[in-house]
Design a protein around this ligand. Sequence first.
Ligand SMILES: [Fe+2]
Length: 342
Amino acid sequence: MTELAPAGARAPFVAELEAHNLHPLWDRYQRITPIAPRAKDEPFHWRWRDIEPFLHRSVGEVSINDIERRALIMAHPAFVDDTTTTSTLLAAFTVLEPGDRARPHRHTGAAIRFATRAHGAATIVNGRRCEMRDGDLILTPPMCWHGHINESDHRIIWFDAANMPLIRAVDAHFFEPGDPRNNAFWQVDAGEEDLWTEAGLVAQGATSGTTSSPKYRYPGTATRSMLAHAPAGADGARTIRYVNPTTGGAVMPTLDCYAMRLTKNQPTRPKRATYNMICLVVAGAGRSTIGEKRFTWSQHDVFTIPHWTWAEHQGIDGDADLFVVSDKSAFERLDLVREELQ
Ligand SMILES: [Fe+2]
């Protein structure tokens, strides 16, 4: 039997392998095949009271005519210059002055807007005008042309989320600018969006040619009504999923949205999942324990639940509502969803 050299004495061999672009698996397997996911980012909390003044200031700093979008992205410090909120998702707030038009474009990243203070704004998605009222969710699925307009007499602010970090990680992102002088882009009505306003009804012949939802606007009135009637789930929260009405699945193949109502002083059972989540506080106030962090939050705050991190939540003054955006549907397609409840 051959006598093996001690591990330290094998270092010159490893160095020689590396010089030939070869790595010994026995030396690297723990890095290549981790026992469990380990998020690089800690849970993080952005308070609305800290963000809001910067949004108002940004109006004086840049004109919408000079920039693609006037949005402030919540950038997690763990990712340094990568400009991302979790490893796969980013979240932002956009501000539009009366008369502002955020010019059309499209991209392979999937995105959503959630109307926080957006009453009077509209998003045009693939030739359909989607009004934005409190609590409305507007989808801009991959490669749908979209632009935004504020036709009200007041400043508009909404919450954005998108999965560019995920798409960039596999280097599959494409972006096409639209023509900012094309006035016809804005001269549209709701169009086929009217075919998707009533739950449980699908018009024969309605266009539904992609894997994303053909319904782009999910009114906040419907969400609030459904939350009031939804039963508590296994974790104790009332949770509803925004779905593609033609499939019953996620609204987009790579972006998945939920609304959650938390009860006062009743913590949810701790849960962890392989996908990432970003939570926007829609209404009320509450408390979350996420990993080692404990956050007390209120309306329009944003916090993250990085993948495979235990999280529990509760309302503190009364019921509290969260809007949750995640990459769960992308993980479903990869057959990588794993969830645990304590
Ligand atoms: Fe966009």
